[in-house]
Design a protein around this ligand. Structure first.
Ligand code: ZN
Ligand code: ZN
Ligand code: FE
Length: 665
């Protein structure tokens, strides 16, 4: 902007910009320069922007329905009364309906619908809220909903089904949900053949949320924000079959259709992604009708196609911002500002796959992809990389992948015809948390997760690293845990307990341990938690990754301050044997975690850096996330946790790119 006026007026104007900006505006930086030559402006004029390269336009994530549209939808005198696809410039689908760039109607799912006269008038009126709103539509010209089986008014039919205790497939923004009353959790689990993983719920409003969960001011802000993630809240009541840990994943309605579905008499529904074991979320009508037969009793679908599948985002609220377990719908494809000017690709890991692409000091992280070992998920991964490259006009000149040769993302990278660099898993985690916090230089990285290949060929996962983007040193870790039968231990936690307690008596196990056959050692925090959960009698057979840790956290009392014995061997490796013996007598999860916190503090002193970053999937543990920084700060360390990307493997692409940038220098 070039402005003329008294200095005071100008300053007032400038301070108004961030305060009065539209809700979706994002201001990265305001820079001012005073004393330009006076041109004698007499009005305020908006000039058209220079668009040499249309592809440099950022693409908005999907935005929940805005207050104005909600008001219109509920107003019987409005022409869009009860219309489930109402939207405007401030709200509506974006990323999930875009086929190509530049973002205009012809290149979205809305190309099938031509605007009626009334909509067209709004679209071209600069004073109108729908000026240039690409997905704009009304009942006359836009998409419509229908049920299968058909039976009168679709929304009323679906509402009746839900109230009668039926399981209904509901088409959302980025894919299909299975919706039902919370009393049907067991039935849904049976039909879906789903493990014990918790279900998320959708509540009509925050009043209902408060009946089931504790809700702080900060959590309410994130819950009601336009991103509409699933927020993990401390539950107040037992919700049998829905969740058996301490948290309930809650979201509020985000599409107009959701609001119509809840009406004013449905309070809470299970809303879980419609997918079959480890396959990506379903997003096509035909596919849902075919594959969900026998699972859903009815379908509430519509004829606006989803172009790109995108799961709901999932987060806790930490220090007033999102702390992601999954950064996806509502956030993706908004980039993270990081000083990387080269066009690079970070291929991510495997089980929680995602990728990252960089350009012009932005890193674009993909939505949640899933486990690449599933064929359909792998195809989705490949397609999304191509889609992102096209959307943001990025042609990577080099790629980074994990050091693990068996990861399918590594194989993908190596098949590309550009230089590929392998980045050690925990180094990438550390770099990701550094970039997330705009750090540079040397830090200590406490990187705790399930598994990652180390530079020495063994499995790492409870690491204290010292270094930066350019490289690292392994300062300390935990004594290796022999994994009896390798990967089998992630389901059978008693095997880990057996190894941790250094038991003997099971002939098969003893033979394996003695001969080291199919018994790799792992310095893994995830496995240490699994073993501890088994030793405490909390969980013996895990049905999903991380279940032991989640239940152990749920069982921990808040006001326990003491711990077990912290012991390091001569080379600075944490020897858990004394701790495990004490745990097996006392069975106190809080003391167990306090011991690890003490261990971490000692390791940070060994490393000697002022700054400490915490990354890796174990830091989804909110007990550790709260308490460890407290303890470290008291000892004078500056502690940094994730803010913009997930702490788990989903955030690794960012770290890979940041390390790659240094390797290329
Ligand atoms: Zn709106
Ligand atoms: Zn219309
Ligand atoms: Fe990891």
């Amino acid at each position: 902007m070039e402005l003329e006026g008294e200095e005071e007026e100008l300053k007032k104007f400038i301070s108004d910009v961030p305060e009065k900006a539209p809700k979706l505006a994002l201001i990265e930086k305001i820079e001012c320069e005073y004393g330009l030559p006076i041109k004698g402006f007499d009005d305020f004029e908006i000039k058209s922007s220079k668009r040499e390269d249309e592809r440099n336009t950022l693409i908005s994530p999907d935005i929940c329905i805005c207050d104005d549209c909600l008001k219109e939808m509920l107003d019987p005198s409005d022409r869009r009364y009860g219309y489930p696809f109402i939207n405007c410039t401030n709200c509506g689908p974006r990323f999930t309906i875009i086929k190509d760039v530049p973002y205009d109607r012809a290149k979205t799912s809305m190309s099938d619908f031509s605007m009626c006269e009334a909509c067209d008038r709004e679209y071209h009126d600069i004073e109108d809220r729908r000026y240039h709103a690409q997905p704009d539509a009304c009942q006359t010209c836009g998409p419509h909903v229908y049920t299968v089986p058909e039976s009168g008014n679709p929304i009323e039919t679906a509402r009746t089904w839900l109230k009668e205790g039926k399981i209904v497939c509901v088409k959302g923004l980025g894919g299909m949900h299975l919706a039902c009353d919370i009393s049907l959790a067991g039935e849904l689990r049976k039909r879906k053949q789903r493990d014990e993983k918790p279900f998320a719920v959708m509540c009509r409003n925050t009043g209902i949320v408060r009946q089931y969960c504790e809700l702080s001011k900060a959590e309410e802000k994130i819950l009601t924000d336009y991103h509409r993630p699933i927020v993990l809240l401390k539950k107040k009541t037992e919700l049998k079959g829905v969740t058996n840990n301490g948290y309930l994943g809650v979201m509020l309605p985000y599409t107009p259709l959701h609001y119509l579905l809840f009406g004013d008499d449905i309070d809470i529904l299970i809303m879980t992604s419609a997918n079959l074991s480890d396959t990506p979320i379903m997003y096509k009508n035909d596919e849902a009708l075919e594959k969900l037969e026998g699972i859903a009793d009815g379908f509430l679908l519509h004829n606006r196609d989803i172009q790109t599948r995108c799961d709901d985002s999932l987060c806790w609220v930490n220090e007033g911002h999102e702390y992601f377990a999954r950064r996806s719908r509502g956030y993706v494809p908004f980039p993270i500002k990081v000083p990387v000017d080269k066009e690079l690709l970070g291929c991510g890991a495997e089980q929680k796959a995602s990728f990252a692409l960089s350009k012009d000091n932005y890193v674009f992280l993909s939505q949640h992809i899933g486990d690449l070992k599933n064929m359909e998920t792998y195809e989705h991964y490949e397609k999304q990389i191509e889609h992102f490259k096209r959307l943001f006009d990025i042609t990577p000149t080099a790629a980074a992948c994990d050091l693990h040769p068996d990861y399918l993302s590594t194989a993908y990278a190596k098949a590309l015809d550009i230089p590929v660099y392998e980045i050690q898993h925990h180094h990438a985690h550390m770099a990701s948390c550094m970039a997330d916090n705009n750090l540079d230089g040397k830090v200590t990285g406490l990187i705790w997760d399930g598994t990652g290949l180390g530079t020495d060929g063994t499995i790492w996962g409870a690491e204290c690293l010292s270094g930066g983007y350019e490289g690292f040193e392994r300062i300390s870790h935990i004594r290796e845990i022999p994994l009896i039968g390798g990967d089998a231990v992630t389901r059978d936690l008693d095997r880990i307990a057996y190894a941790l307690l250094e038991k003997s008596g099971n002939e098969v196990y003893d033979k394996m341990l003695a001969s080291n056959l199919n018994c790799p050692g792992a310095s893994s925090m995830g496995r240490l938690f699994d073993g501890a959960a088994a030793i405490c009698g909390i969980l013996h057979k895990a049905s999903y990754e991380g279940q032991g840790a989640v239940l152990l956290e749920a069982a921990a009392k808040e006001n326990v301050e003491d711990s077990y014995t912290v012991e390091f061997d001569g080379s600075g490796i944490f020897d858990w044997r004394t701790m495990i013996n004490e745990l097996s007598e006392d069975k106190n999860p809080a003391r167990f975690m306090n011991t690890l916190i003490k261990m971490a503090a000692a390791q940070c002193e060994m490393a000697g850096n002022e700054k400490v970053v915490l990354s890796g999937g174990t830091f989804q543990n909110q007990y550790l996330l709260r308490k460890l920084p407290e303890v470290l700060k008291k000892k004078g360390f500056d502690v940094y946790t994730h803010k913009r990307v997930s702490c788990n493997d989903e955030g690794i692409g960012l770290g890979q790119i940041c390390v790659l940038r240094y390797l290329l220098k």
